[in-house]
Design a protein around this ligand. Structure first.
Ligand SMILES: [Cu+2]
Length: 167
């Protein structure tokens, strides 16, 4: 059980933890390299804009706001990566960390203490409560299969998944 928890939280905080088995979709970018800023609003259950046009190698800053009544995630990955992450999100729900309207952050932090490598909250994903705003800087690869999605249980199936066109 303990091992499962560490793996789960590691996956949550660090993209690398589950990128190993998947395709290369890029990496965390640096503020000085930002070439494009995209504002994203998350609703119940869809994202705006609904598609993104990005150049291969471009560093993009996403300013993401949760305008919905439920917790939503902004996550950059391929379909297999999203499907894998959905299992972890479902596990978070079962453990009483992730609720439809909020995240039990104390519980999440308590579990993160078990592994010091979880200190960096940067990655390919933002998990936001209603009203919360977050930023993510990502340098895209030339992968044509990249999707932006929310992996909160049920939301992907509901249509919270958008295509990224890499030119
Ligand atoms: Cu969602």
């Amino acid at each position: 059980m303990k091992v499962t928890l560490i793996f789960l939280l590691l996956s949550l905080f660090s993209f690398q933890a589950y990128a190993g088995s998947g395709a290369d979709v890029g990496k965390v970018g640096e503020a000085k390299d930002v070439q494009k800023v995209i504002r994203v609003k998350m609703y119940d259950n869809y994202l705006k804009p609904t598609s993104y046009k990005i150049k291969a190698g471009q560093t993009v800053k996403f300013i993401v706001e949760n305008k919905g009544q439920f917790v939503h995630e902004f996550n950059i990955g391929t379909e297999p990566q999203h499907l894998k992450h959905q299992l972890e999100m479902a596990e978070m729900t079962m453990m009483g960390i992730l609720y439809p309207e909020y995240i039990d952050k104390d519980k999440m932090m308590e579990m993160a203490k078990m592994n010091p490598s979880m200190n960096h909250s940067h990655g390919n994903s933002l998990l936001l409560e209603p009203g919360e705003k977050g930023e993510l800087i990502w340098q895209f690869s030339d992968n044509q299969e990249i999707l932006v999605a929310c992996n909160v249980p049920g939301h992907y199936e509901d249509g919270m998944v958008n295509e990224v066109t890499i030119r």
